[in-house]
Design a protein. Structure first.
Length: 213
């Protein structure tokens, strides 16, 4: 296996977080921004697991490289689990983070139960379709108003009680230690040697051949 792994996203926030969490490991991290135009994966799964695997396996087949994809979102008790798998497009297909946060706060207005959780599933796939799966979650509360300017997505409205700050008020290092994605990546860090062995065992061997008349 070559020493590359592709992160199947163009989300700058996700790319930065995952690159930081894999810093120091003997592997070259690429993202979709390092490649030309490739087909967009339709995230139409019913669960984060469905979408993470669909993104990783499809992109791996297209690029012929190991691919890491995550699907994550916000689960809000008072909204019956919404926005869930629709977190990124809660207020429309091309919604901005600010628009999604505004809609969430509007839906939560007057609700006493502010419990919520971020959930994350990470899938590492190879072109044959085989994949490893890691999942984690982080419990918190939905605030009444946005606070903080770091992070992305719903970070300004997600309060992490142990630190009494929203995710957007945490430094990148603080967030990576406690977040859903950070904890899932820590699982990968702890057994990274095993991940590399698994990739070596499951990556197809591409044979060179010469053309002749």
């Amino acid at each position: 296996m070559n020493n590359k792994i592709v992160i199947a996203t163009r989300n700058k926030g996700k790319i930065s977080e995952i690159q930081d969490l894999l810093k120091g490991f003997p592997i070259e991290i690429k993202s979709l921004d390092d490649f030309g135009t490739i087909p967009v994966v339709e995230e139409d799964g019913d669960t984060f697991d469905d979408n993470a695997y669909k993104k990783s396996s499809f992109t791996s087949r297209i690029l012929g490289l190991p691919v890491l994809a995550d699907d994550s979102g916000l689960i809000v008790d008072a909204l019956g689990g919404s926005p869930g798998v629709y977190s990124a497009r809660y207020s429309g297909e091309n919604a901005t983070d600010k628009e999604n946060c505004a809609k969430l706060l509007k839906e939560m207005k007057g609700k006493k139960n502010r419990k919520a959780a971020f959930e994350c599933v990470i899938s590492i796939a190879v072109p044959t379709g085989a994949a490893l799966t890691y999942e984690e979650r982080c419990e918190g509360l939905i605030t009444d108003n946005p606070a903080g300017s770091n992070g992305f997505g719903y970070d300004p409205v997600f309060m992490f009680p142990p630190l009494n700050k929203t995710f957007a008020q945490l430094t990148k290092e603080e967030k990576n230690r406690v977040s859903h994605r950070g904890k899932a990546m820590m699982q990968i860090q702890k057994e990274f040697d095993k991940v590399v062995i698994w990739l070596n065992q499951h990556m197809p061997v591409y044979k060179k051949f010469s053309c002749s008349d």
